[in-house]
Design a binder for this molecule. Structure first.
Ligand code: FMN
Length: 350
């Protein structure tokens, strides 16, 4: 059943709306939504979408959300930033982001479907299957090309459109890192190239982040960010540190090469939280046991007995392992959500 949508006048003038971007994601409602709650959500969202020049579809079925948003990249980034912080849903997973030649839902600021979602989703997925995150695929390919400057240009152009580091991270850089891992898994590139590609992305991100501004918050936390000792892929830790710093925290990034070195850091310095990450490209499932053991011994060595531990990396994004599996207080699926993940984990422990 399609219901109560607001008509938009934006769809009628496609020439005035370049560039156009499409973002899709799925998520799970934190508690079941009543018809009234859904109606209120849709009403408020549609009116903001109207102001932002966004059109799209929201499917709510069986406590799951699926949403398709299309509009100018900077507007999508702004609204996505709000949506991804919204406590009414969790397990938010960006499926794809790409530029689009035209709108699919040009008449609706937010079309709502609450009936069996399959038909709508099938058509959307069919569209996705051919265009899944084209930009991220391209970025991955450019990052391992002989001449990497095109990757830098693509990232700079995307940042100029998004004007948001967290959107750039979640929608482009992290998917490109996973894409590099997938290329390796399919034997389409070697491990050396993956590492090289990740290093280059890290360098380009640093260049972009040079101008970023730190939010001022009332109670900044002291957070240690580190790759798990032995993890050679540093991009995840670098993105995490940037996101936490931008969110206003006192962030220290370290690269301890052994468990002993990591224990030494937490034994001699006070940290409110630690973010430990595995590769953003490879799944590294086989390192779950080692991560568990390191987290246990870090807690034991920590100067702060109530240290909050958050674990990240592709293994958690792919839901191959959970935070609880490795004795962390929480896991993070994207640097873009990390500040909220840390705050929630801290709240849960208090
Ligand atoms: C599943 C879901 C979908 C949403 N979709 C939109 C949307 O399309 N547009 C929008 O402006 N807000 C949407 N929201 C609401 C935003 O999360 C947010 O509450 C609202 O934009 C106000 O932003 P602010 O909290 O940053 O002030 C959605 C929320 C949920 C839970």
């Amino acid at each position: 059943m399609m219901s109560g949508f607001e008509q938009s006048d934006r769809g009628s003038n496609p020439s005035a709306e370049r560039p156009l971007m499409t973002l899709t994601y799925r998520s799970r409602a934190t508690s079941p939504m009543s018809e009234t709650q859904l109606g209120e959500l849709q009403h408020a969202a549609a009116s903001r979408n109207h102001r932002e020049g966004i059109t799209g579809l929201m499917v709510y079925n069986d406590d799951r959300f699926f949403q398709w948003l299309e509009g100018p990249p900077a507007s999508i980034a702004r609204v996505w930033s709000s949506i991804s912080r919204d406590q009414r849903h969790a397990d938010i997973e960006a499926i794809s982001v790409h530029s689009a030649p035209s709108r699919l839902f040009g008449k609706w600021n937010l079309k709502l479907s609450t009936g069996p979602a399959d038909a709508v989703l099938d058509s959307v997925h069919a569209e996705n299957a051919t265009s899944t995150n084209v930009a991220a695929e391209r970025l991955a390919a450019l990052a391992i090309a002989t001449e990497p400057n095109d990757a830098r240009l693509l990232l700079n152009a995307a940042y100029a459109e998004f004007r948001s580091m967290s959107a750039l991270t979640e929608l482009l850089i992290e998917p490109a890192a996973r894409r590099l891992g997938d290329l390796w898994a399919a034997d389409d590139c070697g491990e050396y190239e993956v590492t090289l590609g990740l290093c280059r992305l890290q360098t380009f991100v640093r260049e972009i982040a040079v101008d970023s501004v730190q939010q001022q918050i009332a109670q900044p936390l002291v957070v240690l960010v580190a790759p798990l000792p032995g993890e050679i892929h540093m991009l995840g830790a670098s993105l995490d540190a940037e996101a936490l710093w931008q969110a206003g925290h006192d962030t220290r990034i370290r690269f301890p090469s052994t468990e002993q070195a990591l224990k030494q850091i937490v034994a001699t310095n006070w940290f409110d939280a630690i973010d430990l990450s595995l590769s953003p490209a490879f799944t590294r499932e086989h390192r779950a046991g080692q991560m568990t053991q390191i987290i246990d011994s870090v807690r034991h060595a920590s100067k702060n007995p109530a240290l909050v531990v958050v674990a990240g990396g592709r293994a958690f994004y792919d839901r191959r392992i959970s935070g609880a599996d490795v004795h962390a207080d929480a896991s993070s699926t994207s640097a873009a959500h990390l500040p909220d993940d840390v705050a929630r984990a801290r709240g849960a422990r208090a």
